[in-house]
Design a protein. Structure first.
Length: 225
């Protein structure tokens, strides 16, 4: 369905990273369709609790959907999220509204699901990656930031103008100018996708070191990476 043109950038993650212990080995491949459906069902942008919460965070950057709203949401979730494991022996994907009711608590896939739901609730396009690598399994959200490098560049310039605290690293501009390759992204026929992993220090931070995984869209589409 969808195939990444670029490979994962194998970098060491900064800060505390939590992984999905049950997404391992053959079980990951065997249960991928089931996990994809559960993720899709948990993304609830139209739920009143989710929509209201998204508006409260996005209002810092009023107007049409913009990357400032996405960054405001990401920074707030990252600052206030508290990691709590799933029930023993169960891979539980909490609906976004449930994570809000739980005062922003859960594991990595719960964070990704909530982030994706909030982006969708304000008019953006998101997706979730369920990844597997030497360190185990992990889940994170990505947001579509454009169809070409010029659109992505414009988005980064807007972030810098809106508020310096929501500036993505200058390494992105270096990448877009063709002088480097340090910005974590996935590129495919449906655009450029910015990494919004909660374990990173900024939007577009390093990817989880993965060897394979699946991508899940809010409409239920999914495929292998």
């Amino acid at each position: 369905m969808w195939k990444a043109v670029s490979t994962f950038i194998l970098l060491v993650l900064i800060g505390l990273t939590q992984y999905v212990p049950s997404l391992q080995g053959n079980s990951f491949n065997e249960y991928a369709p089931e996990y994809a459906k559960k993720v899709k069902d948990a993304i609830t942008p139209a739920h009143p609790t989710v929509r209201t919460f998204a508006l409260r965070l996005a209002r810092e950057f009023p107007g049409n959907y913009n990357i400032g709203q996405v960054c405001a949401i990401w920074y707030y979730l990252k600052k206030n999220w508290r990691y709590v494991n799933d029930p023993r022996g169960i891979e539980y994907f909490a609906p976004a509204n449930e994570s809000i009711d739980a005062k922003l608590s859960g594991d990595c896939d719960d964070f990704a699901i909530l982030m994706a739901s909030l982006i969708e609730a304000i008019g953006g396009s998101s997706r979730i990656i369920l990844a597997f690598g030497p360190q185990g399994g992990h889940a994170y959200c990505e947001v579509c930031v454009g169809q070409n490098p010029q659109q992505v560049q414009a988005i980064i310039n807007n972030i810098a103008k809106i508020h310096p605290n929501y500036r993505i690293l200058d390494s992105l501009k270096t990448f877009l100018s063709g002088k480097g390759y340090s910005f974590s992204y996935h590129r495919g026929p449906d655009g450029y996708w910015l990494n919004l992993d909660w374990s990173a220090e900024h939007p577009g931070g390093p990817f989880f070191p993965a060897t394979w995984g699946i991508v899940v869209y809010p409409d239920g589409r999914w495929g292998k990476m």
